[in-house]
Design a protein around this ligand. Structure first.
Ligand SMILES: CC(=O)N[C@@H]1[C@@H](OP(=O)(O)OP(=O)(O)OC[C@H]2O[C@@H](n3ccc(=O)[nH]c3=O)[C@H](O)[C@@H]2O)O[C@H](CO)[C@@H](O)[C@@H]1O
Length: 380
């Protein structure tokens, strides 16, 4: 236990919780937890942004009304330089910051560095979205390894689904250190729907929404996927393909080269969060390698084709609202054609309910943290 942060006598007062974010999805998924903690009387969340993502992160912080207490400076452009710079800056910050836990989310380098920092300072690590697994260390790379390593050093594992909790139990994590909370991504969506009026605004059929950024698809797979999207755009000229393109040049260059000239393909910059939710609500189909979009599409009952060979989110497959199509040009085209021309198949893939949560995950997390940090309750 961190003695500088938890002096005897202060444990019944307001708890300081350090929340570490670095990328777009981490901000989206931690924002509901941050606000739930801020609303509580017992906790003070301290938000630290590692700088892993720049502009895309700034957009999300603004959207969710988060002003970071600490902003680290991103060093270098490689993951290695970033990791070293992040760890070094975290080290001095943790030496001077009082906190009772370090909260990290998911499977990014930022989450791993935050967890390591907490671990070395003997501050308990809380892992949000714990227990997602493919058990293939190379897919997704490096995220599968990062989340498994975070899982080894975390003290509290907040699993989004019962399946994720089972994976943790199977790995030897004690049941008392796991809570099934649902995924906070659904909380964020419901907030967007309620406070920003996100709902379907177009008549049938809507556009095909495409995103792609995962490292496993870099190289020839990106080219194959683009070729498939081009085939689909030519075969269905009345349909629009909306493709917000990731800023990484490894993606941006081939996407613009292979799809830039097609009239019914709209290539855009990454969308801000609310525009992305609107784009999801208005879609007829989502084709993506994103983890977050697999969790979000079912909220709007939009069928999903996953550009991966495996998913750490088997719940979308079990619920019948997604299919794995990998990066093979032919099978992507065949699957899209099937869904666009067979009404029964399309309707069969519209989710009955989102298998990842009901919008109460952040509340459950706040309650579980209270139980962990203030087991005797607060003084009257
Ligand atoms: C291996 C893996 O699956 N890892 C995941 C990974 O993230 P990801 O694959 O989900 O990453 P992205 O696709 O970048 O983000 C998605 C979010 O961004 C929104 N979005 C997207 C495009 C855009 O133009 N505008 C937007 O607003 C979108 O609606 C959604 O909410 O890291 C997370 C953090 O640790 C993990 O939780 C998660 O397991």
């Amino acid at each position: 236990m961190n003695t500088k942060s938890t002096p005897m006598g202060s444990r019944s007062g307001v708890a300081q919780l350090l929340m570490v974010s670095g990328t777009r999805p981490e901000i989206i998924k931690l924002a509901p937890v941050y606000h739930a903690l801020r609303r509580s009387s017992w906790a003070r969340p301290i938000w630290l942004h590692t700088g892993q993502h720049g502009d895309m992160a700034a957009q999300m912080l603004e959207c969710f009304h988060i002003r970071p207490d600490h902003m680290l400076r991103r060093v270098g452009s490689s993951l290695l330089d970033f990791a070293i710079g992040c760890r070094t800056q975290l080290e001095s910050l943790l030496a001077h910051t009082e906190c009772e836990v370090v909260i990290v989310q998911g499977d990014t380098e930022s989450a791993f560095q935050g967890a390591l920092g907490g671990f070395y300072h003997q501050v308990p690590v809380v892992h949000v979205e714990a227990g997602l697994r493919t058990y293939n260390l190379h897919r997704p790379f490096p995220e599968e390894a990062l989340r498994q390593m975070i899982g080894r050093i975390a003290s509290l594992h907040l699993a989004p689904t019962a399946g994720a909790a089972r994976a943790l139990i199977h790995e030897g994590v004690a049941a008392k250190d796991i809570a099934v909370t649902g995924n906070t991504v659904v909380d964020a969506q419901l907030w967007a729907c309620e406070h920003h009026g996100i709902q379907r605004q177009v008549q049938e059929p809507g556009h095909i929404l495409v995103t792609m950024h995962r490292r496993e698809n870099w190289g020839s797979d990106v080219e194959n996927i683009c070729a498939a999207i081009a085939d689909i755009a030519r075969e269905f000229p009345a349909l629009t393909v909306l493709f917000p393109v990731h800023l990484n040049p490894v993606i941006k260059e081939p996407v613009h080269r292979l799809l830039g000239g097609l009239v019914n393909v709209r290539l855009s910059l990454p969308l801000d969060y609310l525009s992305m939710q609107q784009a999801l609500a208005d879609a007829c189909l989502v084709v993506t390698d994103s983890g977050g979009l697999q969790e979000e599409a079912p909220t709007f009952k939009v069928p999903l084709l996953v550009l991966r060979d495996e998913t750490e989110r088997p719940e979308v497959l079990e619920a019948g609202c997604a299919k794995l199509v990998g990066a093979d040009r032919k099978s992507i085209v065949q699957c899209v054609r099937h869904l666009l021309t067979d009404d029964a198949a399309f309707r069969g893939m519209q989710a009955a309910a989102n298998p990842f949560g009901d919008g109460t995950a952040a509340y459950r997390i706040e309650r579980r943290l209270y139980q962990m940090l203030r087991p005797e309750g607060l003084p009257d």
